[in-house]
Design a protein around this ligand. Structure first.
Ligand code: SF4
Length: 481
């Protein structure tokens, strides 16, 4: 188990959001591989490392040799859960893996995925990214089940197991109609690998090939790491089954609407990943360019909040002709400290994370590019630090619209009342954070940067237009978990 300031299970979900960072967090990375030629456990380990940004609380791998499954799961980063020795014990030709960040359920060992169930001399394991908005209702239908965890994943696994059907494909297909919300899943039995995605396609899930065998994972950056070739995205509403006979695709639900999470482009995914045929780095660069056309300002330097704002800052700099530079050096190891939550103040947290380059800052008019503002606490502190270092002006440009609504589709947001843009106007936020000017990218500008149609994107955290309805109990419960 790692020593981490954020691993205190007694903190509430909202506290954990603050303690981690003043940003939205995705809740999981998933990986699956079917290969008789490769060391599947090792490749899953490498794939999970590439998906570490999607979850740092726990990691797990399940492997099958066709006759039995074996798993290793624990709290902590992928590299603290796995080592050469324990990976050698995971022998087989099918594997799924998971990196976890909790949006539902606490940070305990029982909640680490993949979840594994035994059924009629077979095993069924599930790695899940998303949020099932009717999980409370579904768990009430599973009266005889003694749940081992408090996660949606276990509910999903049991719903599939209990759904009538002669094969896992039949069970998955039928259970699709019960599951509401966002789900990208890699699952396996002893002899088959499955990958499926909700009909709205909220969260990413891609398919790749390695020596004529198959890999599925959350983002293409993990395919690159294991040297697999990107084939295509798993389609919304599609079930892919991989076994000795090869790959079979079944379109379970033909979705008329889609709701791919636009925030994957803004912050969640790695810049080197390709989502819907768009390289995330280029989308962010374009969003910076568009932001510079929408909200120009005279300045000496364009800088990013490392690292997520870098691509957009490069775009803003290119379009505006204002040089790009660095004024904040990030301590990349800050997430792994022995300091306990109660010992850390907000100010200390920011200072431990970013160190300013005082000589460069003094007397400069600086444009800071940030991907988003959630509570405004971090950017406020950064502006204070830069002003103390002698910055003449600080202009904040944000590469997404104001976040006014909570996400219920697999991204950890605070309760709506804690979102600064829900409570304050842009001018009030500017005054609160102490910037000389503050401008956000328009929603149309963000959509334009993705080069996708607006009606295939979810933008509910900006607009409040939830494509899958959220009932009030679910809204209430999710912030109490
Ligand atoms: Fe993504 Fe926002 Fe939609 Fe959540 S509400 S899925 S964060 S766009």
């Amino acid at each position: 188990m790692r020593n981490n300031i954020f691993s205190d299970k007694h903190t509430t979900r909202s506290e954990r959001v603050f303690l981690k960072e003043d940003v939205l967090k995705d809740n999981c990375g998933i990986f699956g591989i079917y290969s008789k030629k490769q060391d599947v456990a090792h490749l899953t380990f490498l794939g999970l490392q590439s998906l570490q940004h999607r979850g740092q609380e726990g990691a797990g791998i399940v492997v099958s040799n066709g006759k039995k499954t074996k798993s290793i799961r624990n709290l902590g980063l992928v590299t603290s859960v796995f080592n050469e020795e324990n990976l050698k014990t995971l022998k087989g030709y099918i594997a799924i893996g998971h990196t976890r960040y909790s949006t539902t359920g606490g940070n305990t060992l029982n909640n680490v995925q993949p979840v594994i169930l035994n059924f009629k001399n077979d095993d069924f394991a599930v790695s899940f990214n998303g949020n099932i908005v009717n999980s409370n209702q579904l768990s009430k239908t599973l009266k005889r089940v003694n749940f081992c965890s408090t996660t949606d994943t276990e509910v999903i696994a049991h719903i599939i197991k209990e759904t009538p059907g002669n094969t896992w494909e039949e069970k998955i297909s039928k259970s699709f109609y019960y599951l509401k919300g966002a789900f990208s899943i890699s699952a396996m039995s002893r002899k088959k690998l499955f990958a499926f995605r909700d009909p709205d396609g909220f969260r990413p899930l891609v398919l790749g090939k390695i020596n004529n065998e198959y890999v599925v994972c959350s983002e293409t950056c993990a395919l690159d790491t294991v040297e697999a070739q990107y084939i295509r995205d798993i389609k919304p509403g599609e079930l892919v089954t991989i076994d000795d006979h090869g790959l079979k695709s079944t379109q379970l639900i033909s979705s008329k609407k889609q709701s791919f999470c636009v925030f994957e482009y803004v912050y969640l995914s790695r810049p080197d990943s390709i989502l819907n045929d768009q390289l995330v780095h280029q989308v962010r660069q374009r969003s910076g360019e568009i932001l510079s056309y929408e909200s120009p300002v005279a300045a000496d330097l364009v800088v990013a909040i490392p690292d997520s704002g870098t691509s957009a800052a490069l775009g803003y700099s290119k379009a505006s002709g204002i040089p790009y530079g660095e004024v904040l050096i990030k301590n990349r190891y800050i997430g792994r400290t022995f300091i306990q939550p109660e010992q850390i103040t907000r100010e200390m947290g920011v200072k431990m994370k970013f160190n300013p380059l005082k000589k460069i800052i003094k007397g400069k008019r600086i444009i800071i590019i940030d991907d988003s503002i959630v509570r405004g606490t971090t950017i406020k502190k950064i502006i204070e630090i830069l002003k103390k270092c002698g910055a003449e002006k600080i202009h904040i440009r944000v590469c997404s619209p104001p976040i006014k609504y909570s996400c219920y589709y697999g991204v950890d947001t605070p309760d709506r009342k804690r979102l600064i843009a829900n409570k304050k106007s842009v001018e009030e936020i500017r005054k609160y954070i102490g910037a000389d000017s503050l401008k956000y990218l328009s929603l149309d500008g963000l959509v334009q940067a993705t080069q996708l149609k607006k009606n295939i994107l979810c933008h509910a955290c900006f607009t409040g237009k939830y494509s899958v309805p959220i009932d009030n109990n679910f809204r209430k419960n999710i912030f109490e978990k």
